[in-house]
Design a protein around this ligand. Structure first.
Ligand code: ACO
Length: 370
């Protein structure tokens, strides 16, 4: 038995949800470029869960169900009020989502119908939790979701208390489409491992949130913004990046385990970052990002991943930096739940082996003799 570090190149399951073949990402066989240009996030949620694009009435029905499920129990809001104000936002999300299970009468109902209803509730309630957390820590009241709004519109509304501008809704919606699913990434794998023990869907999502939190995965988008802020202006990028690379430090938002010739999602976010920069009149983050891309690609041959330009996009939408990864979780809940439902539908316990590298033939020594 020989281990492959990081399971690189290991095919661990079959899945019909999303694919990365020759650097092309598809959801249910539809190219991400087509979806990014044309689909709404709700359409993508439907596509991931049901395996096909919805017709008008199917989309209206799902949108209605998501909207109706968006309120979270008052107990969760009260729980968030007890959190320390400076707590890590992904830790807060992980705790609140875990607590949702305590107030869901169907939490342990493992029927496919109940699991789909729970997927709808999770998808609808994550953005409500993130917005409530963001407001409560600032001493403000949480805002209830409004009827008839899309998930993107409602999130921005619940965050700010104001009707968001059309361009902001469209930009967030596109970011949600681009982050919705990504084959067997670390957090999706974590979710599948958890539910393959026939544990419940909430446990699967909590595992996934924990995995997404790390800076090598979803946490990279926040780290990118921290880097842009640290650099400050485009003219300082050259010395900063050159020094980091010389010290063999990683530049967040670059590189990918699967894509070696570039992440197909990055160009959409780059375009959005430029457009939003022009609209807000602040091109600093975009200009700096472009310069960093040139430097990292030139010096190291690495291309930006999905996290790199999403940092400047969210900043242009005036979203606080530590909500970037929770927003990733909000979007990826669609993919996580699709994978959990797929895992349940044809389950087998996931239990790989380890190559043992420890000592052998060791005798037990009584405690007095150690
Ligand atoms: N900056 C500088 N060097 C890098 C970077 C980077 N961002 N990424 C990889 N490298 C280098 C490594 O130092 C290593 O060099 P070496 O062979 O000289 O030691 C080589 O490229 C291979 O890197 P690994 O870390 O072994 O590649 P792996 O496939 O394990 O990691 C990962 C992929 C984690 C994404 C990595 O590229 C990375 O850490 N990037 C920065 C974090 C990031 O942006 N994560 C988000 C990924 S997308 C997502 O999860 C949504």
């Amino acid at each position: 038995m020989t281990a492959t570090k990081g399971l690189e190149g290991i095919v661990a399951t079959t899945s019909s949800i999303s694919s990365i073949i020759d650097g092309v990402l598809t959801y249910r066989g539809i190219n991400i470029d087509d979806l990014a240009e044309n689909a709404t996030f709700e359409e993508v949620v439907y596509l991931l869960w049901y395996g096909k694009l919805p017709n008008r009435s199917e989309l209206d029905q799902l949108t209605k169900e998501l909207n109706a499920a968006a309120n979270v129990p008052g107990e969760i809001i009260n729980l968030i009020k007890l959190f320390p104000k400076d707590v890590n936002s992904m830790a807060a999300l992980r705790t609140a989502v875990s607590s949702l299970a305590l107030y869901d009468a169907e939490a342990n109902d493992m029927s496919p119908e109940a699991n789909l209803r729970k997927a709808i509730r999770l998808q609808a309630q994550l953005p409500t939790i993130i917005a409530a957390f963001a407001r409560i820590r600032e001493g403000k009241e949480a805002i209830a979701p409004k009827a008839g709004a899309s998930l993107a519109e409602n999130f921005l509304y619940m965050l700010t208390g104001k009707q968001p501008e059309k361009i902001a809704i469209e930009a967030l919606d596109k970011a949600l489409v681009l982050h919705a699913d990504h084959e067997l990434n670390a957090s999706t794998f974590a979710a599948r491992v958890t539910v393959a023990t026939l544990s419940d869907i909430y446990s699967g999502i909590v595992s996934a949130i924990g995995a997404l939190k790390g800076p090598l995965h979803g946490g990279a988008n926040e780290a990118v913004m921290a880097m842009l802020e640290e650099i400050g202006t485009a003219d300082k990028a050259n010395s900063y990046i050159t020094e980091k690379l010389a010290n063999k430090e990683k530049i967040m938002g670059f590189g990918h385990r699967v894509y070696k010739n570039g992440d197909p999602r990055a160009k959409h976010l780059q375009k959005m970052s430029e457009e939003l920069g022009k609209i807000t009149g602040n091109m600093n983050w975009y200009n700096m990002s472009i310069q960093i891309e040139e430097l990292v690609t030139g010096q190291k041959g690495l291309k930006p991943n999905v996290d790199f330009y999403s940092a400047s996009v969210y900043t242009s939408l005036e979203i606080p930096r530590d909500l970037f990864t929770p927003i990733f979780a909000f979007s990826r809940t669609s993919g996580w739940t699709a994978h959990i439902l797929e895992q349940y539908s044809d389950n087998r316990l996931i239990r790989p082996r380890a190559e043992y590298t420890g000592p052998s033939h060791q005798a037990y020594t009584p405690i007095e003799q150690r």
